[in-house]
Design a protein around this ligand. Structure first.
Ligand code: T1G
Length: 702
């Protein structure tokens, strides 16, 4: 196997080339090979300088995240090598391109000169993994930028462009051509001018942030589930107040603690799960995604408009169709209004607004869709209407076009058949607001062709979405797991728990919003209609108490925020306890024979909300609706506000212990009865609990 690092000499300049695709991540092999190459430079005393550069798409984009979970992970060898590079008596130049991140930027900081290609981005994003820069970034960056700017960069994990980096002193030069050649020229110039070597670790003690660190610590401590933030502040404090060597000890200690933290393990799990979710099992490499140069959206409502914005933002010409001039104009006006709001916040320029609006074409006739490569229907959630729309799209779409439905509850196979070409049809379930929410459930129909799936998965990433493939079932992955979550919320309400108590328990776990507030915000009517339709279709448990609360609220016109009352009364958007609702919930409980209780604990609420949700997720895996547990975790963290510091419901289930979850489900079956199977452990849960096989290693065999 070729070495990931090679050394060559060109004239009096040594060059070290790192080539560890895809992103030149630092692994044990890279460290060892880098050490050997640097030793070769050190031994060749005749050389005047050294350039370190990377092959492929980017300079080192960080340490290999997978390495952190191995027993031999230790950044100390890499850190010692960085110290040797910095201590070199001859100039060492970092020649940068792509995304210079984490251990990659830390390598550059140990060099004496940094030259970057235009378009290069630089950052220390470790905080997004629940970590901190563990190769002296917390000590060198403040010495280069000052503590305030360094804290800004490390606490946000944001990347800086080359102009910002040049202005801040993070890099020394932006080159015209390739970094490698520019690096050599810079090295020759440093030698020719006998420039003094700037060792970052020896720079003057960095300036503390205005007002010191107290406010940074206060702000960072606001989210105790993310301990890396306080740790970063502590390390920068050490960089300001103590010697480099002392600061190095502080960083090493804080890094080691974070590496073993639940939060970091969760965030690292999600990092790989999001990328794994984009891979479709069994799809041969020869299945080439097709080009999507023009998109059509049918339905200019809130969803259709939001969906259209995703494509326009990605510079893809988009046709937005509705059946009346008024509806179409409303849709176009709403899109413009959204862009103007972004411009008002400085996120877009006026020119960019016009450029995006210029990519949008309004249409009233389906024939306007004839040259679209992808056509998405986003009309009202009604089966007959969607079938008609799919049929009309199928009647005009060019051969090879992909047809997608944005349905969140209807059977994609039925709509695929209505389109007349089921192999070209799949679901693209966007989440509202569609131009904001990252998650996209890509629903593969029974007949969806592999290249259609591959095309949409690739397109999803191009428009900044996080795609997850789901099979066809009610609610796909997310909404299907939401059902038992909301079912138990309602039973708890009928037993006497208050909305605030339930929401507080869910939010204490880390949910962005408790279930009662979430339903009030999404609209009680939206959920109620689905429950009523499913009831009519005989798809609900034969339990008259099932989702009795949402149906009653709908009947009373209490739709939530939009009508000023739902589970709460609303003062604007502020939820206020509403005794009327409490009385209503208790009356429903009495009517359905639900025993009233006053001993409902937060722990019980969490178990009853999340264990049935997890149980349903295991059914979804067992049925092949989702490919992997990590896919389900991505759905819930990217689309439902599940706390990423818990890694997602499946990751949390593994940390909790499947045996315990199975036991608690059986406990509730005993104390609450299980006439409708609400508490029956799924067969996969039972199997894994019995065998002890880790969920994270589970793959579907059948
Ligand atoms: N380790 C391992 N694999 C990585 C990786 C990494 N750091 N970064 C990317 N990959 C893989 C990724 O899994 C995918 O693999 C492929 O590269 C393309 O990635 C000691 C402790 C660089 C901006 O946090 O932000 O250094 O799926 O699909 O959208 O202080 O990847 O193809 O098999 O994301 O163009 C710090 C994480 C680490 C950067 C490219 N660095 N990566 O985005 O492609 S901790 C990071 C990213 C550290 C030191 C500390 C992005 C990217 P596959 P991709 P992309």
């Amino acid at each position: 196997m070729n070495s990931p690092v090679t050394f060559v000499q060109e004239g009096s300049i040594g060059l070290i080339r790192i080539d560890n695709r895809p992103v030149n991540a630092v692994s044990p092999r890279v460290v060892a090979a880098l050490e050997a190459s640097f030793a070769e430079f050190e031994e060749r005393g005749s050389l005047d300088a050294l350039v370190i550069y990377c092959a492929g798409r980017t300079f080192v984009a960080g340490a290999d995240i997978a390495w952190f979970d191995s027993s031999d992970f230790n950044p100390q060898a890499y850190n010692r090598l960085l110290a040797r590079i910095e201590a070199s008596e001859r100039p060492v130049v970092a020649a940068l391109h792509g995304t210079v991140l984490g251990a990659g930027l830390e390598l550059a900081l140990a060099c004496h000169w940094r030259v970057a290609e235009p378009g290069t981005k630089l950052g220390l994003p470790e905080v997004k993994l629940g970590l901190l820069p563990g190769s002296l970034g917390t000590q060198r960056l403040p010495r280069l930028l000052g503590a305030g700017a360094a804290l800004g960069m490390m606490l946000s994990g944001a990347m800086a462009g080359v102009q910002q980096a040049l202005q801040d002193g993070l890099i020394d030069e932006v080159c015209e051509g390739e970094a490698r050649a520019a690096g050599k020229a810079s090295a020759q110039r440093l030698v020719a001018t006998r420039a003094a070597l700037r060792r970052t670790s020896a720079l003057a003690a960095p300036v503390p942030p205005d007002g010191g660190f107290a406010q940074y610590v206060t702000d960072a401590a606001r989210k105790p589930q993310y301990p890396a933030r306080v740790a970063i502040v502590r390390c920068v404090e050490a960089a300001v107040e103590r010697s480099f060597m002392d600061g190095e000890q502080v960083e090493a200690r804080e890094f080691a603690t974070l590496l073993g933290s639940a939060t970091s393990k969760s965030l690292r799990h999600l990092f790989f799960s999001e990328r794994e979710a984009a891979r479709i099992p069994g799809l041969s490499d020869s299945t080439a995604p097709q080009a999507v140069r023009r998109v059509g959206i049918v339905g200019a409502g809130t969803m259709g408009g939001g969906i259209a914005m995703n494509f326009v933002n990605a510079n893809i010409p988009t046709v937005l169709l509705d059946t009346t001039e008024a509806a179409l104009q409303r849709g176009l006006d709403l899109i413009r209004k959204n862009y103007m709001a972004s411009a008002a916040k400085g996120k877009l320029t006026a020119e960019q607004v016009e450029q995006r609006m210029g990519l949008l074409t309004g249409a009233l006739e389906y024939t306007a869709l004839a040259d679209c490569d992808l056509i998405i229907e986003a009309v009202f959630e009604d089966l007959e209407l969607k079938k008609q729309v799919c049929a009309r799209i199928g009647g005009v779409a060019k051969s090879g076009a992909i047809i997608a439905t944005n349905t969140s509850t209807l059977d994609v196979n039925v709509l695929a058949r209505a389109a007349g070409r089921p192999e070209r049809v799949l679901g693209m379930h966007f989440f509202s607001p569609a131009n904001v929410m990252r998650l996209l459930e890509v629903v593969r129909g029974d007949d969806t062709a592999p290249e259609v799936l591959a095309t949409v998965m690739k397109l999803a990433k191009a428009i900044g979405k996080t795609p997850v493939v789901s099979g066809v079932c009610f609610g796909f992955i997310g909404n299907r797991m939401l059902e038992p979550y909301l079912r138990e919320m309602e039973f708890l309400l009928m037993e006497g728990a208050e909305p605030k108590q339930i929401d507080a328990a869910a939010e204490a776990l880390g949910m962005a919003m408790g279930p009662c507030r979430m339903i009030d915000m999404a609209g009680v009517d939206v959920g109620a209609k689905v429950v009523i339709e499913r009831g009519k279709a005989g798809e609900l448990p034969a339990d008259p108490a099932y989702r009795a609360v949402v149906r009653k609220l709908f009947e009373l016109g209490r739709y939530g925020q939009k009508t000023g009352a739902g589970h709460y009364r609303y003062d604007g958007r502020t939820p206020v306890h509403d005794p009327e609702f409490s009385a209503l919930a208790r009356a429903l409980g009495d009517m359905h024979g639900v025993a009233r209780r006053t001993d409902i604990s937060g722990e019980e609420i969490v178990e009853r909300l999340f264990y049935p949700l997890i149980n349903e997720g295991l059914r979804i895996l067992d049925e092949g609706i989702a490919y992997r547990p990590g896919d389900i975790d991505v759905v819930w963290t990217a689309g439902y506000g599940f706390p990423d510091h818990c890694g997602g419901p499946m990751f949390m289930a593994e940390q909790t212990g499947l045996t315990k979850i199975a036991q608690r489900l059986r406990h509730y079956a005993r104390v609450r009865g299980d006439a409708f199977g609400y508490w029956t452990p799924s067969s996969l849960l039972t199997r894994l609990a019995e065998t002890g096989e880790p969920l994270s290693k589970w793959t579907r065999t059948a």
